[in-house]
Design a protein around this ligand. Structure first.
Ligand code: ATP
Length: 264
């Protein structure tokens, strides 16, 4: 079976510093894959490489049979790979609904397109919302209505500034914004970071519904228990390399300990 998304001997550098050393991961259609690893293991760098924020060789990242490693980030997003970034990164001057709308497709003449135009015309800060507005082909399940069904609290808060929400609600906005482009791959970078357990539970409760609509998911998690609970397969990274791969049911605590911290 062809993978939906694959990295092949992926390397990444920050200047002279090499952060990834030949990383192979694979996401099959319909799967949830978790990437675990300690601070600095390279998880975020892996996400940034897949989304084209960091440049690669063409053949180091393959999506749906097409080499995408050399493509710019906005082209990769249009292909259907969406990112929920670490730290949520909402647009502070926009309302909840505007943050969601900006994640949708920019289509001239459509309601959504007109709304995005009007948001952009009064938007003054970086990053460039146009980049986020150029979504996947826009057809699919996700719209403002279906995102409000997924996270009803966001409908109540739709006119609030995104930054006036609780951390958990901001995370819901960040997930909703990514879904607005109707991606077939959604990358979630540390979505439970800094949130209370009950809030994390609510956020992860949305995952089955997201998968039902056809998206495949990669979650980056520092919480090993959470990763094991949601993932079909888990990869552990350490110092820029994959140190373990397997199904949660096949991996022992000792395996994880060794792969996460290194052999004693
Ligand atoms: P965390 O859980 O802390 O986010 P991580 O597993 O996501 O960790 P990365 O953020 O990918 O790890 O970092 C991998 C390595 O690359 C680390 O050694 C880090 O210090 C380094 N690194 C990350 N970003 C940069 C950067 N912009 N410039 C230089 N080095 C960086």
């Amino acid at each position: 079976m062809n993978a939906l998304l694959e990295t092949r001997r992926l390397t990444a550098n920050y200047g002279d510093f090499q952060a990834l050393f030949g990383v192979d991961i694979r996401l099959n259609r319909g799967e949830t894959v978790a990437i675990i690893g300690a601070n600095g293991a390279g998880k975020t760098t892996l996400m940034r490489s897949i989304t084209g924020v960091l440049k690669n060789q063409a053949d180091q990242v393959v999506h749906d049979g097409v080499e995408i490693g050399h493509l710019p980030a906005d082209t990769i997003m249009k292909r259907g790979i969406a990112m929920v970034p670490e730290g949520r990164k909402l647009f502070p001057s926009l309302s909840v609904e505007e943050n969601l709308v900006i994640g949708g497709q920019h289509k001239g003449g459509s309601d959504l397109g007109d709304r995005i135009d009007s948001i952009i015309s009064r938007f003054t800060g970086a990053p460039d919302p146009m980049e986020l507005a150029q979504g996947h082909d826009g057809r699919g399940y996700w719209s403002l209505d279906t995102i409000y069904e997924l996270f009803p609290i966001l409908r109540e808060r739709r006119d609030n500034p995104g930054t006036a929400l609780s951390g958990g609600q901001q995370q819901m906005v960040a997930i909703g914004r990514a879904l607005m482009s109707n991606p077939d791959v959604i990358l979630c970078d540390e979505i439970s970071l800094g949130l209370a357990p009950i809030v994390i539970r609510d956020i992860y409760a949305a995952l089955p519904k997201i998968k039902e609509t056809g998206a495949s998911v990669i979650v980056v998690e520092q919480d090993i228990g959470q990763a094991m609970a949601v993932a079909d397969r888990v990869y552990c990274m350490m110092e820029g390399r994959v140190t373990l791969e397997g199904r949660p049911s096949e991996i022992s605590r000792d395996d994880i300990h060794a792969a996460y911290f290194g052999a004693a």
